[in-house]
Design a binder for this molecule. Structure first.
Ligand code: SF4
Length: 451
């Protein structure tokens, strides 16, 4: 049993409000339940009540047992001096303010509707892929879409926050932050950290000085990656040239390469090898240079996608790794990787930029971009599709990934619009009955406590 269940009941006024009395027998009426406070301090602020006809305004604090007031040391915290009501499941001990006054207490025990308690219990105690698996069909399409839209924004805002942090770390250089973020996205799941490290070891301003020479861009990036192989007899002249260029540029800029052990090849398709991704990054910089500015100016997803369609140098059209010739080909970025760049770099960068400038048009563009590109495809999204919730675009696939990992897996059903709908509906269902008897409730609490 968790305290946030009491928060839900209070927030939604889903308990028996008839004939309310404090535990000392004073009559109580609630005019305003207040605002839920997610930060430190009392659980709800701005509440308004009448106790025995006297008007009160202030904060409301909640606990399962009243004695938690002392366990949590609220008695010594001035932030709790303005608590006008203590809402608890059970009052096991009276609670006093520092001036010796007893804090009015409302017990919810005996006031919780049976339907809500049952639905809550089912959500918290089952082993389905998502706890509301069998109730999902009760959610209407508009309800689903509204929540998915909110989740898309929640996830995008978190990514934009990370982009802003990167921008702050690069002395507010948007191009530098974008280049680092793009390098990370190019690394995919396996080499994201290594690509990130590589980009941070090699500032964009250095690369841009050599933008017009693809061989120098490759020399800088491969040299810094630590992937340049040692000299071997009869090696390709390309390697000799790369090594020579890197030696000069390394001294000129005082560069220190990262370690080659950062890179992974295992279980990767050759097109996703880090060597190919580094060659693609070099080609992008050679072709476009200031990628962030270009992204801001791009009219739509098609134009953005075109930015990443680059031609590799001759060596990398016939190799996947240094010294090993492979099938000849263009080695283009796959549609999945481009989609990942649009989702994880471009949309967050647009939102971050719009927030810094207080310009909502960039936020709208970021959301529109996600809604324009196709949904991702992975094992989680296929499972959602089996439940009848197949995503229609990348905005929805991002929302469903957010829902599964940050809500369902953590059983945050009380903070989820779907969970709140299911619980609120159960309140109105007559077959559930308005309230449990005290004995029934005690047995449910017993089950909850054992679980
Ligand atoms: S978090 Fe929401 S969608 Fe996930 S199981 Fe709970 S109620 Fe269902």
């Amino acid at each position: 049993m968790r305290e946030d269940f009491l928060h839900f009941l209070w927030r939604q006024a889903r308990f028996d409000l008839r004939d309310l009395k404090t535990t000392t027998g004073d009559t109580l009426s609630i005019q305003d339940f207040g605002r839920h406070n997610q930060d430190a301090g009392p659980d709800f602020s701005g509440g308004q009540l009448r106790i025995n006809g006297m008007q009160w305004a202030g904060n409301i604090e909640m606990h399962l047992k009243s004695s938690e007031w002392y366990t949590h040391r609220h008695d010594t915290d001035p932030a709790y001096d303005n608590v006008i009501l203590h809402v608890v499941l059970n009052e096991d001990e009276p609670v006093y303010r520092s001036n010796g006054e007893r804090i009015p207490c409302l017990e919810l025990h005996g006031r919780i509707p049976a339907g809500i308690l049952r639905v809550y219990w089912r959500l918290q105690h089952n082993e389905n892929w998502i706890p509301c698996h069998y109730q999902l069909e009760k959610i209407t399409l508009p309800e689903r879409q509204e929540w998915l839209n909110q989740l898309t924004e929640i996830r995008l805002s978190r990514k934009a926050g990370r982009f802003t942090q990167r921008m702050e770390n690069t002395h507010r250089d948007w191009e530098e932050a974008f280049y680092q973020s793009l390098a990370r996205a190019l690394g995919g799941r396996v080499n994201a950290d290594a690509m990130d490290m590589l980009a941070r070891s090699l500032p964009l301003r250095i690369l841009l000085k050599h933008k017009h020479s693809l061989i120098q861009l490759e020399a800088l990036l491969f040299g810094q990656s630590g992937l340049l192989p040692a000299v071997s007899p009869g090696e390709d002249p390309y390697l000799v040239l790369l090594r020579r260029e890197y030696a000069l540029l390394k001294t000129k800029y005082g560069l220190r390469p990262i370690t080659a052990t950062a890179w992974r090849y295992l279980r990767l398709r050759p097109n996703n090898f880090p060597t190919i991704r580094i060659a693609q990054l070099a080609a992008m910089l050679h072709r476009t240079g200031q990628l962030f500015g270009k992204s801001l100016a791009a009219a739509d997803a098609k134009e953005l996608t075109n930015m990443f369609e680059v031609k590799l140098s001759n060596y990398w059209r016939t190799h996947y790794r240094f010294g090993k010739a492979g099938r000849a080909g263009q080695r283009k970025l796959g549609s999945g990787t481009i989609r990942s760049i649009l989702i994880n770099t471009i949309a967050p960068a647009l939102l971050a930029y719009g927030e810094q400038r207080s310009d909502r048009r960039f936020r709208d563009r970021a959301i529109e971009l996600l809604q324009t590109i196709p949904a991702e495809d992975n094992v989680i999204l296929r499972k959602w599709a089996e439940l009848g919730w197949a995503p229609l675009n990348a905005g929805e696939s991002q929302a469903l990934l957010e829902l599964k990992s940050n809500y369902c897996d953590q059983r945050r059903c009380l903070e989820c619009a779907i969970g709140c709908q299911l619980l609120s509906r159960s309140y109105n269902r007559e077959e559930d009955g308005p309230l449990l008897t005290l004995n029934e409730e005690a047995s449910v609490w017993g089950l909850l406590n054992q679980a």
